[in-house]
Design a protein around this ligand. Structure first.
Ligand SMILES: O=C(O)CCC(=O)C(=O)O
Length: 294
C-alpha cells in the first residue's frame, strides 16, 4: 500500500498528526503510549529470560550474547525471535495496542515479519551504527515498519534510538564493504552525504512507542548511564509487501497476517534495492556481530 492508501483508512490509536509525522519524517515516537500493564508483563518475561541466560555460555537461537556475558553478569545483547520465546510476546505482537499501531501505519491488512528484544547495557560501549533496515530484508514495497517499545525510562544517557528526518525518502545505501561482505552499516563515504546533525533522539518514559520506517536511517549511541535499556522491537508490513529474499531473523510467525486479510496481489514499488546475502545459506548473527565485523 502507498502512504496515501494507508491514510485513507481511519486510525485506531495514533492521531492524525502522529501519522502525518511518520509519513513525512520516516519515524515517530509517542511517549508512554503502551499501557503500564503491558510494560510490566513484558518486563517480567524479559527478566525471566535474562535469568535463564545465566546458564548459557555461547550465543544460540534465543540469545545473542555480548563479549562480557557471564553467569554473574548476564549481558544478552539481543533476545532473538522473542515471539517464539514466550506466548505473551506473541500476544503483544499479534493482538494488542501494538498491532493496532501497526495497522495505523501499514494499513488494515497487516503482516508480521520478525521480533527481537535489544538490551543496551551500561559500561559495554555498544553502539548501533547508522543503518537502514530494508537492505537486510528487502520487500516488494517500502511499507515495512519497525515498532519498538521502551521497557524502562530512556534519557539521552541511555543511548536512545536516533533517526534522520526525511531519510526514508532519500537513497538506499549499500551495507557492504568493498569486498561485498555484509557490514550492516552505512559507509563513512555514504554518511558524508547525510545531514547527521539533524538526527532526532527518541527519548521517553516506559511504554514509549517508537516507529521507524524500513528506509529511515537510524542508530544509537552507547549507554552512558548505570541502567540497562531494554527495547522490544517488532517488524510489520502491509499484507501486500512480500519479502523477496530469505529473512535474516525468521520466527515461526513470520508471514502471519495479524490484522485483516492476506493480499491477493503484491504491491511493487519501482525504487530498487540491492540484493543482500542469502541468509538461508550464509546465516545471520545479529546487527552487532555484523557491524563489529564478526
Ligand atoms: O537497539 C538499538 O538501539 C537499535 C536497534 C536497531 O536499529 C536494530 O536492531 O536494527
Amino acid at each position: 500500500m502507498t502512504p496515501e492508501d494507508i491514510l485513507s483508512h481511519p486510525a485506531s490509536v495514533l492521531t492524525k498528526e502522529q501519522r502525518a509525522f511518520y509519513f513525512a519524517n520516516g519515524f515517530v515516537a509517542v511517549d508512554g503510549l503502551i499501557p503500564p500493564d503491558w510494560v510490566r508483563r513484558l518486563t517480567a518475561r524479559s527478566n525471566e529470560l535474562l535469568e535463564q541466560s545465566r546458564s548459557v555460555n555461547h550465543s544460540n537461537e534465543a540469545f545473542d550474547l555480548g563479549p562480557t556475558h557471564s553467569a554473574e553478569h548476564p549481558r544478552v545483547r539481543r533476545l532473538r525471535a522473542t515471539v517464539d520465546r514466550h506466548p505473551e510476546f506473541w500476544e503483544f505482537a499479534c493482538n494488542s495496542i501494538f498491532t493496532d499501531v501497526a495497522a495505523d501505519l501499514v494499513g488494515p491488512d497487516v503482516k508480521f515479519h520478525s521480533a527481537k528484544l535489544n538490551y543496551k547495557w551500561p559500561g559495554t560501549g555498544e553502539v548501533v551504527h547508522w543503518h537502514q533496515d530494508i537492505p537486510a530484508w528487502p520487500h516488494t514495497n517500502y511499507s515495512p515498519v519497525t515498532l519498538g517499545v521502551y521497557l524502562s525510562p530512556v534519557t539521552p544517557e541511555q543511548g536512545p534510538l536516533a533517526c534522520i528526518p526525511g531519510s526514508h525518502e532519500g537513497a538506499l545505501f549499500r551495507h557492504m564493504d568493498e569486498e561485498g561482505n555484509w557490514t550492516g552499516t552505512i559507509s563513512e563515504n555514504d554518511l558524508a552525504t547525510v545531514d547527521l546533525t539533524s538526527a532526532a533522539e527518541l527519548t521517553g518514559s516506559p511504554g514509549t512507542l517508537v516507529a521507524i520506517n524500513c528506509r529511515a536511517i537510524h542508530g544509537s549511541r552507547a549507554n552512558r548511564s548505570t541502567e540497562v535499556r531494554p527495547l522490544l522491537l517488532c517488524v510489520y508490513s502491509s499484507a501486500d509487501a512480500f519479502a523477496w529474499m530469505p529473512p535474516p531473523t525468521p520466527t515461526t510467525k513470520t508471514g502471519a497476517i495479524v490484522r485483516g486479510k492476506p493480499a491477493r496481489m503484491a504491491h511493487l514499488d519501482p525504487r530498487p534495492c540491492l540484493v543482500p546475502p542469502n541468509w538461508e545459506k550464509q546465516g545471520y548473527g545479529s546487527i552487532f556481530s555484523a557491524q563489529q565485523g564478526k
